[in-house]
Design a protein. Structure first.
Length: 333
């Protein structure tokens, strides 16, 4: 029995696998079906949540590895790409959707965080590494959330060539999407052709990505003050206008993401304990960590992974980008 993840973060059994995972040992208990499909990007965010928990309770690392072993074959087409969406039972990709343009970057970072020595996930890391090395030089995305979350992904490996290249292009594109609203602050447009469209939760994803990148060399020293000021202006604007979107003003994802951009916590690499928990090691940090580190009040409050039930249904303004091969989607939502 394998498991796949719904966008709302629940685990369900997939009958087409021989791996046994008793329900009591799964990271999350199954819940009634809400969506019939799963996003690779949401799997990546749940893996990161488990990675964070493993700093406190090491057993969560093995649960995350089990999740990778179960879900990776459902999304991966070796040498070709990662399915953007698959049926929740892992039986195949959802018709009408091709390979994700960003998902291999997400999964590459998460797999390596979970297994830096490549002792448990060597083949899975190799699968996504092949895609990353093939695609990163031609990376080009023009969607707000895709840029923000990819910048966040790059912040975990800022010294590596792929992350430097992709991170720099994210910053360039975000500069182009910025809409200055004067004394009110500003926001990032949904896409270059949709400069009047504000999607609040997507802008929160940009805020998270920028704050993570600002703790690394991805943002040039000469530009740091300007980007920090822009994050502050974004927050000021969102505090006043997050409810302007009639479709999402009452959806949980808007307010979960607002909390995470205001209090990013362990979503920022510099707030994580200095040494990752490896198999068999004692926890590297306690919940007191954030208050003991001079990283600003509230860093621990943002640990929650920003998956957000209901997020996947934003029709229309997702902005398919130009990443990688024809048929790839650069949209996360």
């Amino acid at each position: 029995m394998a498991v796949c993840v719904y966008p709302c973060g629940t685990l369900v059994p997939a009958a087409n696998s021989q791996h046994q995972h008793p329900l009591s040992e799964l990271p999350f208990r199954p819940s009634p079906l809400r969506y019939p499909f799963s996003y690779a990007h949401y799997n990546a965010l749940w893996l990161y949540a488990l990675y964070c928990f493993s700093h406190i309770e090491p057993a969560y690392r093995q649960r995350a590895i089990d999740m990778v072993k179960a879900s990776h074959p459902c999304f991966m087409v070796k040498g070709r790409g990662i399915w953007w969406k698959v049926y929740a039972d892992g039986s195949g990709p959802q018709p009408g959707h091709g390979f994700g343009g960003l998902d291999h970057f997400d999964l590459y970072a998460m797999y390596r965080l979970l297994d830096p020595e490549r002792t448990s996930l060597a083949s899975e890391i190799a699968d996504v590494e092949e895609l990353v090395m093939k695609d990163y030089r031609r990376f080009d995305c023009d969607q707000d959330l895709g840029l923000g979350m990819t910048l966040w992904t790059c912040s975990f490996f800022p010294e590596e060539a792929w992350a430097r290249t992709v991170g720099a292009r994210c910053l360039t594109r975000l500069e182009e999407l910025w809409v200055d609203k004067g004394a009110q602050g500003g926001y990032f447009a949904r896409a270059p052709w949709a400069r009047n469209l504000l999607v609040a939760f997507a802008n929160c994803g940009v805020g998270i990505g920028l704050q993570a990148a600002l703790t690394t060399p991805l943002v040039p020293a000469a530009d740091r003050a300007a980007w920090r000021a822009r994050v502050q202006r974004l927050h000021s604007f969102l505090d006043k206008h997050a409810t302007d979107d009639p479709e999402y003003s009452r959806e949980a994802i808007t307010w979960v993401m607002m909390c995470n951009t205001h209090y990013p916590g362990w979503l920022c690499p510099d707030a994580l304990p200095s040494s990752a928990v490896k198999a068999g090691e004692a926890p590297a940090a306690s919940m007191k960590y954030a208050s003991e580190k001079d990283t600003g009040a509230g860093r621990m409050e943002g640990v929650a992974a920003s998956t957000g039930a209901g997020a996947g249904q934003k029709a229309g303004a997702t902005g398919a980008g130009k990443v990688g091969q024809p048929g790839q989607s650069a949209s996360l939502l």
